[in-house]
Design a protein around this ligand. Structure first.
Ligand SMILES: Cc1cc2nc3c(=O)[nH]c(=O)nc-3n(C[C@H](O)[C@H](O)[C@H](O)COP(=O)(O)O)c2cc1C
Length: 162
């Protein structure tokens, strides 16, 4: 199913790139999105498309990354707290997958592509009125890490009552 979906997922992003290049239409698309999604499209997705990513170039699937399995977190669009719930499920699913020794990672590109495409919604059996909030790809890891990656520490402010 993932292999079958790859060309259409790619096509959604190719069409997005074309539309964003049309002067007034590009501006309208951006303005019709919540600011966060607009920034993701402008600052992340469009520059990647300009480098020919997400276009199945030379048959390389850099959206689903040739994953053998995919979990979609979806819910009725108006369901109370469904967005935050989906992110909680996603996070627990990542931990569960890793604890089983599987490789798992979040792919933000897949949900919006499915939501945009009737063909993809039908393929993945997403009921009408539902939206895919997030997706997680799963597979057997090629690499095993002995140590965690060293990352800069975030600042934490601690307040004391006395
Ligand atoms: C919300 C979210 C969406 C993401 N979307 C994508 C994506 O569409 N494509 C991608 O290659 N990586 C995406 N990533 C990054 C990978 O899931 C992963 O975090 C990254 O490969 C770094 O792995 P690490 O966090 O284990 O170091 C996303 C990460 C997050 C948190």
């Amino acid at each position: 199913m993932i292999e079958k979906a790859a060309p259409e997922m790619s096509n959604v992003y190719i069409q997005l790139e074309k539309a964003m290049k049309i002067p007034f239409l590009g501006w309208i698309i951006r303005k019709s999105m919540p600011k966060e999604a607009g920034n993701t499209v402008t600052n992340f997705i469009v520059p990647h498309l300009a480098k020919d990513l997400y276009k199945l170039k030379d048959g390389v699937d850099d959206i689903a990354r040739n994953a053998p399995a995919l979990i979609l977190f979806h819910a009725p669009k108006g369901a109370e707290e469904h967005t935050v719930d989906a992110h909680i499920y996603l996070t627990y699913a990542l931990l569960a997958a890793h604890s089983l020794g599987l490789g798992a990672t979040v792919i933000g590109l897949i949900g919006p592509a499915i939501n945009q495409s009737k063909q993809l919604r039908q393929l993945f059996g997403i009921p009408l009125g539902n939206e895919v909030v997030e997706s997680m790809i799963l597979g057997y890891p090629k690499l095993h890490f002995k140590r965690a990656i060293i990352r800069p520490r975030k600042n934490v402010r601690i307040y004391h009552n006395n």
